[in-house]
Design a protein around this ligand. Sequence first.
Ligand code: NAP
Length: 342
Amino acid sequence: MEPQKNGTPNAVTMANETPKKVCVTGGTGFLGSWMIKRLLEDGYSVNATVRLDPERKRDISYITNLPGAAERLRVFDADLDKPEMFAPAVEGCVGVFHTAHPLDFAEKESEEVKLKRVTAAMKGILQTCADSKTVRRVVYTASISSAAFDPANTGLIDEDSWTDVELVRSLKAFGGHYIVTKAVTEKAAIELAAELGLDFVSVIPTWITGPFICPNFPESVYVSMALILGDKGHYQHLKESSLVHVDDVARAHIHLFEYPEAKGRYIVAAEQFEIGELSDFLSVKYPQYKMPSPDSWKDVAAVKFSGLSTKKLEATGFKYENGLGEMFDGAIKSCKERGFIN
Ligand SMILES: NC(=O)c1ccc[n+]([C@@H]2O[C@H](COP(=O)([O-])OP(=O)(O)OC[C@H]3O[C@@H](n4cnc5c(N)ncnc54)[C@H](OP(=O)(O)O)[C@@H]3O)[C@@H](O)[C@H]2O)c1
């Protein structure tokens, strides 16, 4: 895609302005790209931030070819390492959905480097929103990771639960850096938004799965498919777990942007289960995929993502539209289309 010269230094795609304009950071991601799709379908104009290579050769046609994109999507180059790059994308927007976050489970960089990057970017983006005078609410994509590791948890995780980052560090859990960066960033964002007088809402999704339009195999879809893929390393994440369909997560973000009384944090989780129940469900619905024997997970210690209270979101009138059937139908279809599974 050729960058267009349009007076905005890093604006790549230009389209008509409308008053219902919002910004989505991380527009190339699994959730970000689906958010763009949903927002365009709902009539919004979207300023999406993406990371472009210096030659601007990255193929982002899966978002720029979406229905409505030619008229209502503008794409901006922005990297979390340079928070000032997000300002042109926020300009003139009434809402900002901040989803961009590194999901580097391989932990190639140190926790310190990642933490510095995401918190500095979050601060820059919130300051830009406060300065804009147009942004009326920021909706931040947090994660159940920032609530689930609460030592005070007595079996129910709700919006008052907070992950203890020292506990996570001591556990040396898979994705530990991610869990810490999400928890620290969300807390710091809530505090800074209060200082700046910004209307700020956190969306706290559990594992997201379902169909995807991005070209890669999204990490969380991969985890949700671990029984189908036979990847024992992730049985720990499904043992006592929960899932939510990507479209319900996108809808929850938009609902919480539009719902006037939205305040604070909202857990988003549609289905909670034990691994045996998930295995039974998958074996009946998709007999072509042979499920592993229960012996293969019996000694696996659960990384618990169940026992979640979703009452606060439901009390706002939000309704989940997708269950496990829609999640796995969508995920399997997208995986097959890309040749990730047979
Ligand atoms: N998927 C889940 O189960 C789940 C659950 C709870 C919360 N979340 C949250 O949802 C959000 C989206 O996650 P996802 O599953 O959609 O992951 P994803 O597909 O990896 O998307 C992450 C997005 O962040 C962008 N990003 C990463 N590092 C960046 C940087 N340095 N500068 C600019 N952009 C950067 C990525 O850009 P590139 O394409 O250039 O890498 C991508 O667009 C994240 O905040 C995540 O914490 C996800």
